[in-house]
Design a protein around this ligand. Structure first.
Ligand SMILES: C[S@@+](CC[C@H](N)C(=O)[O-])C[C@H]1O[C@@H](n2cnc3c(N)ncnc32)[C@H](O)[C@@H]1O
Ligand SMILES: [Zn+2]
Length: 469
């Protein structure tokens, strides 16, 4: 995701309101009441994990669940230390549990240290731990949406004070409205009035059906059965779309994203808070495949990161989605030429590459990618995807329903009510610049009575988790 793109994209029928505008999807099917995966799962699934420091096994020791909590709380003991388990989120990190930027390594707000959280759990002082970890500082009203120095919005005393004032609100939401909240509402609470550039609220809220996600799915649908590791899993969108019956391990450094993912988007996954720039806290072969989507370029020492993914996938396929081709602007994070990426990754196994555009077209023709050959015109593409290893299934038709129709069907939130119709409208210039090809993929207007996908390529309807919106 580009935070400083100056690129303008054609969007003929798009109305472009301010970047914080919020479009509500129309419900097409009533939400069923869903109980998240049982907390007892956490114990059984710990076997896939290991302490990233001593590499030892982890054993849970319960602590009382505070009023703010729902899931499992405890201390995970290995031979070198104790790690927090908070509301089903396993924390295998050290240092600060602050908020980092979604798009680079910058700190948004320093948080409590892991050691402090462990001490609070040990002493039973758990009442405000969760709300403290879920607060992100809103920008003061007058600064909201303005380009201001990052430190003012993040590490300054103003930001800390805004976060301190907001904590009781998050605590009250947890105690009184937790079960009726949705991912959409948590995203809104998190990104509304942000002083950071970009339109992160809409980027994440409108992730289902995004062209770059369709491109990744053309590869991911060929992953073998069995557990999958999603590194830098964010809010869990991919894991929902990959199907809720596939065992999954979500790893991210952001406690907040993991927590929203656990309780509102991908409750079936085991959620692990860890730094992807270190040895992963997963056993060799903890899964049969692994993916890192829209995040690899923000990591450091990329050959080591890719090697870790191959290790935890047990030699099964590893998909890296959205790698930047340095030959073309705009630039984002670490980029290489096509041959540069191939040279780096081929030390780990056979490598195939495709452009995102090619994979998107493959997906929309209702096919998975052919894993035996590279896609065409790699040099001409800005965004590339790579697969390491031989284990992707042969090219085939997509499953029925198509992956982006899995879950509860809702109108794609890119449509707004307009008279008797619903009209396609980008929510912000930034979103339009990031997802310009949607103007070619979506009709300008839809009939509100159109509630069942007309076919696998219908993007006017997307499948979302039950507790999404
Ligand atoms: C743009 S989001 C992509 C999320 C998700 N993969 C998706 O496709 O929707 C980038 C994610 O990378 C995570 N991330 C960035 N650096 C990380 C690191 N060093 N360790 C773990 N996660 C990291 C961020 O917290 C964020 O959730
Ligand atoms: Zn240890």
């Amino acid at each position: 995701m580009l935070l400083h793109t100056g690129e303008r994209v054609r969007h003929p029928h798009a109305n472009v309101p301010p970047s914080t505008s919020r479009q509500r999807p129309v419900r097409l099917v009533t939400a069923s009441s869903v109980s998240p995966a049982s907390a007892g799962d956490v114990d059984q699934r710990l076997a896939a994990l290991r302490c990233p420091y001593c590499r030892g096994t982890l054993e849970v020791h319960d602590v009382p669940t505070p009023a703010e909590g729902r899931g499992r709380w405890g201390l995970l003991r290995c031979s070198c230390r104790e790690h927090p388990l908070i509301d089903d989120i396993v924390i295998l990190n050290d240092g600060s549990l602050g908020h980092m930027s979604e798009a680079d390594a910058g700190v948004v707000l320093p948080g409590p240290s892991v050691a402090d959280v462990v001490a609070r759990l040990r002493e039973g002082r758990t009442s405000t731990v969760l709300s403290t970890l879920l607060v992100r500082p809103p920008a003061p009203h007058r600064l909201s949406g303005r380009r201001i120095p990052r430190w003012v919005a993040t590490a300054s005393p103003i930001a800390r004070e805004m976060a301190r004032l907001r904590r009781p609100l998050i605590g009250a939401v947890l105690r009184r409205r937790r079960d009726t909240m949705t991912a959409e509402r948590w995203l809104h609470l998190t990104y509304r009035r942000t002083a950071l550039p970009g339109d992160l609220y809409n980027h994440f809220f409108m992730r289902f059906g995004q062209p770059r996600m369709l491109a990744a799915l053309a590869l991911l649908e060929g992953m073998p059965d069995g557990p999958i590791v999603d590194l830098c899993s964010g809010y869990g969108h991919l894991l929902h779309t990959l199907g809720t019956t596939r065992p999954a391990i979500a790893v991210d450094q952001s406690f907040l994203s993991l927590w929203v993912s656990r309780w509102y988007v991908a409750p079936h996954a085991l959620h692990v808070c860890a730094d992807a720039n270190r040895t992963l806290p997963l056993r060799d072969g903890a899964a049969t495949s692994a993916v890192c989507s829209d995040a690899f370029c923000y990591l450091s020492d990329l050959p080591a990161r890719a090697a870790e993914l191959v290790r935890v996938a047990g030699g099964g396929p590893v998909v890296l989605a959205r790698l930047g081709n340095v030959a073309h602007a705009p630039h984002e994070g670490t980029e290489h030429t096509v041959e540069g990426w191939r040279g780096m990754l081929s030390a780990l196994g056979p490598v195939r590459m495709w452009t995102e555009d090619e994979l998107q077209a493959t997906y929309l023709s209702n096919r998975t990618a052919d894993p035996t050959i590279d896609g065409p015109d790699l040099e001409g593409g800005k965004w590339l995807c790579a697969a390491i290893g031989d284990g992707l299934a042969a090219e085939a038709a997509l499953s029925d329903p198509a992956p982006h129709h899995r879950g509860r069907l809702v109108r794609n939130p890119l449509y707004v009510s307009d008279g008797d119709d619903e009209r396609f409208a980008f929510p912000s210039e930034w979103y339009a610049a990031e997802n310009g090809s949607l103007t070619d993929l979506l009709p300008g207007r839809v009939d509100p009575h159109h509630r069942t996908p007309s076919g696998p390529g219908d993007l006017t309807i997307v499948g979302v988790p039950d507790r999404y919106c």
